[in-house]
Ligand binder design. Structure first.
Ligand SMILES: Cc1ncc(COP(=O)(O)O)c(C=O)c1O
Length: 359
């Protein structure tokens, strides 16, 4: 299959979807007029690449994804620039991670180049869905699901891969606001050898109860510990976690049980480029609480596509709250946030070749 096989059916004007006002945009609430789809069958491989009007899917109630959670997804954004261009931020890493996630749950690999080209076509068709204010963007959600109707646990023989897009508002409407997180002591998200390193839907189902209980107690997100010893810090909600300890930027290494975030990787590369000391290594929660008590923990923040950088000003472990020293967000979080946002919006020269223009 190549892109010359891509069939395009445009939405009729009368069926165009309502575009949100900038104030009601939120995150993942509105969807653009078109979607990309392709199918996989045992005897044909990936085929039927097409762009069609956005619509509900028809699924057999026995579709395997509904029972055995064979589903994976990705998330990245198209950013508008002031001079009217559209930029993607390291999309090749998202598509390569999509293939890694799919491989982990036995879904056949996609052609990353072909899918990226199809996504660019989709963005061009729905270009007028890209919001234009600073910090706003068009969120792109590639997804794969097992569609074969079958009861019985084994990899499916039919899959649907699709891409939908959602205009999203600026994450920080009233400034760059810090969050408070609860270190989770009872539930685990993932164990080494499990699915945690993949962007599989099942990981998010596993995380819901802990997050809900934390929210009821007044905490924004949970900080996960490792499943074996409940000692090592892993990640937060839908973000990787960073600490400034003794002037070094420290983050847990990729053990397989946490998601290899693309923002995480960019933060590490940017910080090294700035000459900062960076460390990817096991981080125990005791080290973090001790550093907080000693005043050596000066900043803590999450990294992810949605917020870019999310500063933490308070965390709680074993019912003891720890406050980060003022001011939060600290200088490292602010500099990383401003620089990444400026590169993504094309306001700052991109010295790394991270952005890809949609033309
Ligand atoms: C569990 C989890 N960890 C970390 C991240 C951050 O990854 P990225 O920086 O690629 O968005 C995400 C979001 O995609 C996530 O869902």
């Amino acid at each position: 299959m190549d892109l010359s096989d891509l069939s395009i059916t445009l939405v009729k004007d009368a069926k165009r979807r309502r575009k949100p006002h900038p104030d009601e945009m939120g995150f993942g609430v509105f969807y653009s007029d078109h979607m990309f789809l392709m199918d996989w069958h045992e005897d044909r491989g990936w085929h039927g690449a097409r762009i069609e009007p956005y619509r509900p899917l028809t699924l057999d109630p026995a579709a395997m994804v509904l029972h055995y959670a064979q589903a994976a997804f990705e998330g990245f954004k198209a950013y508008p620039t002031k001079d009217g261009r559209i930029l993607l931020f390291r999309p090749e890493l998202n598509l390569s991670r999509m293939n890694d996630s799919m491989e982990r749950i036995c879904v056949p690999r996609i052609d990353e180049q072909l899918v990226l080209s199809a996504i660019k076509e989709l963005i061009k068709i729905d270009r007028d869905w890209i919001p234009t204010d600073r910090g706003q963007s068009l969120y792109i959600r590639p997804t794969v699901i097992a569609t074969e109707p079958h009861i019985g646990v084994r990899p499916a023989k039919h899959y649907l891969f699709y891409v939908i897009m959602s205009p999203v508002g600026a994450y920080y409407k009233e400034g760059f606001s810090p969050i408070k997180i609860l270190v989770e002591e009872n539930y685990v998200r993932s164990a080494v050898g499990g699915l945690g390193g993949a962007k599989a839907g099942a990981n998010y189902a596993a995380s819901l109860l802990a997050a809900e209980e934390a929210r009821r107690r007044g905490w924004t997100q949970v900080l996960w510990l490792d499943a074996t010893e409940r000692r090592y810090v892993e990640e937060v909600g839908t973000m990787n976690i960073f600490f400034m300890i003794d002037n070094a930027l420290v983050t847990p290494g990729l053990t397989g049980s946490l998601l290899p975030g693309i923002t995480r990787r960019s933060v590490l590369e940017l910080a090294s480029h700035w000459g900062m000391k960076t460390e990817q290594r096991p981080v125990t929660i005791d080290e973090v609480t001790q550093a907080a008590e000693d005043g050596r923990l000066t900043e803590m923040f999450g990294s992810g596509t949605a917020a870019i950088i999310s500063p933490v000003n308070e965390f709680c472990y074993k019912d003891v709250p720890y406050l980060l020293p003022a001011p939060q967000p600290g200088p490292v979080a602010v500099n990383l946030f401003e620089m990444l946002l400026a590169i993504q919006n094309g306001q700052q020269e991109d010295p790394f070749g991270w952005t890809v223009e949609v033309v």
